[in-house]
Each structure stands twice: as C-alpha cells, then as structure tokens.
Design a protein around this ligand. Structure first.
Ligand code: PEP
Ligand code: MN
Length: 362
C-alpha cells in the first residue's frame, strides 16, 4: 500500500495522539530481508503504530556491530511502503539527520548516549532547524533530569513542535536485576515537569532480557505512560545486537494483548468520593508525620547543644547503626521494606545532621 507523503504525515499525527502508542522493530537493521520480514510480521499483529530500527548503532565498545549505515535507509522506506506504517530511526549527528530525512524517515529519536552530550544534541538540533519532523528524546544514560531537559530545550529551540520522551532506564555499575535501572521516580518527575510531552517507556533497554519485559511494560502503563517502544526480531537469539532482550513479532503482539490497560481517570461520582475521603486521610497523616519530624529535629538540636558544649562530633557511627538496626526490625513487622527504611532513615538522619551542624557552628 503506497502512501503519499502528506497521507503519511497525517498518519503520524493520528499516531501521536493514540494511546497507547506502540513502537517496535529490531534493535538494528541487519539485512533487507530481516527488516522487511520483521515489518510485515509486526504489521500482521495489528498492534504496532510505528516501525523502529537502529541504522547507526552507538556501541559501548568498538568492534561490536556498529550498524549497517545509510544503506539500511531504503529498507526502512520499503518497510513503510509494504506496511503503510511510519518509521523511526536513531540519529546522533547532523549527517545522520540529513540522510534519514532524505529517505523520508517519519520520526527521529535521539539515543541515551547522545542525550548526555550537549555538543551532539546541539549538532542534531541545528540540522533539524526548519524541518517538520517529530523527535523522541531518550533519557541520558546517567540519572540527570537537567541533561534530559536540556536536550528537549535544544530541540524545541530549533523549532521542532512535536517532541516526545523515552524512558529507557539509567546505567549503574555492577549486575542488577535490570540492564538499566528504571528509577521510575525520575520518569514520573520528568512527566510532572513536562505534562505536554509524550512519555514512552522502553522496557527492552530497561530489562536487557525477555523474561521481565511484560512486568516492566505493565508497570509503565500503570504509571500512565503514553506508549511503549519494544525491540523485536524475526530470530531474536541470532540478532546482531541486543539479542537477549528481543522478542519475535508474534510474541510482541501477544504481549501487547496481555497488558492490562488502565485509564488515568473515570467519570464516576462514587469512585471520586471514595478516593477523596481516602486522600483526606493521607493528607492528615502526612501533616502529622511532618509535625513529628519537626519535633524530632528539635530534639536533635538539643543533642547538638550537648555535643557542642562537650566538643563531641556530630556523627557517632555506633548510634547510627543502632538506629538503623531498630528501624529494620520494626519496619519488617510494619510491612515496610528494607529499601524504604534505608532511604527514609538516610534522609531523616541527614536532616538531623544539618540541624545539629547549624547549632554547633552558630
Ligand atoms: C536502541 O534503542 O537500540 C538504543 C541504542 O537505545 P539506547 O539509546 O536507549 O541505549
Ligand atoms: Mn537496542
């Protein structure tokens, strides 16, 4: 089914408003046959709105497959022609933007390793000046919302009107359950700051493996994200990049069908009344918690006076261990996770230290 370019622009406009928006395709374009077969099988599932493929691959170490390059762009064009679906590729340089646009790529995305570098983002943004194309911006590999925001601002300043965000998780040292730690709170905060921007989740690069893809995708949908970008391949185990996290087009279709799609709100008085009542209870408890925390800080200040008068250091590691140990034991009985107790007491302890510091140095 051949589309004229205006029709394709209209399709992209519709897709931009569709919830959830589903993007899928291989991590990398490898061969013409692989791109076209993936595209055809994805289109057949009826669950995919945009086809993706990496043409230029930013690899952590040299020697890995660095992408097929410009030669893969006509394959994407062909995939679009066969399926009628818009296509997206990653761009990291001005030249790549030019090449992608020459081959009618419908949506561009900026990768996590590019978002970290303001020079590269500016280079891409400059190439986008005067161009009408939607751009998706992945979070930087390090957990820094300012860098992510900076990339959005650079692209917006170049005149791009349609900007979306992709949450793909954050790099961390050592083996964790995830390839990239989701740090959901950062995606939530970015969404809070930019309610007008699309927020798409990338379960593939967060998970790094197939078995937890669905859990991550479901969590993203429960956090009211606008869509998903998930890598798929006709023969996942033989993929030239990110083999462990890719799934077949058929599995992709099945997985999208397994997700429970929840809405952000409903038009029901009963529901809203019940929630309102519970939220008032939460507000009341939050007020009490803050009152109690303030009292705790006053006591810490009194201790600070004693320490000051007796020339004692603020931090006493034994006491800190004792506090944590007590909290872990109590927390377990109260159904509070060790992770939460650690974060909470770290924050409370730091605030106490700051209060004591003021007293001791006043
Ligand atoms: C990708 O989408 O294949 C990719 C390289 O992702 P990221 O920039 O998130 O690592
Ligand atoms: Mn990938």
């Amino acid at each position: 089914m051949q589309q004229t370019s205006t029709t394709m622009k209209e399709i992209v406009q519709q897709v931009w408003k569709k919830r959830p928006m589903i993007i899928s395709g291989p991590c990398s374009a490898e061969t013409e046959e692989q791109v076209l077969e993936t595209a055809t099988r994805l289109a057949k599932t009826g669950k995919v709105d945009i086809l993706r493929a990496g043409i230029w691959k930013p690899r952590t170490r040299p020697g890995s497959f660095e992408g097929i390059g410009t030669k893969g762009l006509p394959w994407m064009q062909q995939a679009k022609k066969i399926t009628g679906l818009p296509v997206t590729v990653e761009v990291a340089t001005a030249k790549q933007v030019e090449d992608a646009l020459t081959f009618d790529v419908d949506v561009l995305w900026i990768g996590a390793r590019t978002t970290v570098n303001p020079f590269s983002v500016q280079d891409v943004a400059d190439a986008l000046r005067g161009v009408d194309v939607p751009v998706l911006i992945k979070n930087p590999i390090n957990p820094d919302l300012e860098l992510w925001t900076g990339a959005v601002e650079r692209v917006a300043k170049a005149g791009i009107k349609q900007i979306g965000l992709i949450h793909r998780g954050f790099s961390s040292y050592g083996n964790t359950e995830y390839r990239n730690a989701p740090m959901w709170h950062l995606a939530i905060e970015m969404k809070r700051r930019n309610p007008e921007l699309l927020m798409i989740n990338d379960p593939s690069h967060i998970s790094g493996r197939r078995d937890i893809l669905l859990d991550v995708a479901q969590k993203a949908i429960d956090l009211d994200m606008d869509g998903l970008i998930i890598e798929s391949h006709i023969d996942p185990d033989k993929a030239w990049s990110d083999a462990k996290q890719q799934i077949t087009p058929e599995r992709l279709g099945e997985m999208i069908g397994q997700i429970v799609w929840r809405k952000e709100d409903i038009n029901s008085e009963e529901y809203h009344a019940a929630l309102e009542k519970l939220r008032q209870q939460i507000n009341h408890l939050d007020d009490e918690l803050m009152q109690i925390l303030s009292q705790r800080m006053s006591i810490a200040e009194k201790i600070g006076e004693y320490k000051k008068n007796n020339s004692i250091t603020i931090l006493q590691t034994n006491r800190w261990n004792e506090i944590l140990e007590r909290a872990f034991q109590k927390g377990e009985k109260l159904n509070l996770s060790k992770e939460f107790i650690t974060k909470y007491f770290d924050a409370v302890h730091m605030e106490s230290i700051n209060h004591q510091n003021k007293i001791m140095n006043s």
